[in-house]
Design a protein around this ligand. Structure first.
Ligand SMILES: [Zn+2]
Length: 88
């Protein structure tokens, strides 16, 4: 009686392992080409006026300190003017 139980248990474990392997394989094979919702839509704070702007919608300015995103050209110009003033 116990032997049957052990065999059944062994079968069950083997089945689970095989299923797990198959699932893993299927998951890696069925990789989507690109995510549906693009993740590059990051919200960044405009350092001039404090508004949060989507990175791709805003005006990106590369500075030595890093990338800044502005909601409008006006903000960018104001900010850069302010930076220059503080430098000189
Ligand atoms: Zn702004």
């Amino acid at each position: 009686m116990i032997r049957i139980l052990v065999i059944l248990l062994g079968c069950y474990i083997a089945w689970r392992l095989i299923r797990g392997l198959l699932r893993k394989k299927a998951r890696t094979e069925a990789m989507p080409e690109g995510p549906r919702g693009r993740i590059d839509d990051v919200m960044v704070k405009d350092p001039q006026c404090g508004t949060y702007v989507a990175r791709r919608d805003g005006i990106v300015e590369k500075t030595p300190e890093g990338e800044l995103v502005f909601c409008s050209r006006e903000c960018r110009e104001k900010y850069l003017a302010g930076q220059k003033r503080s430098e000189g």
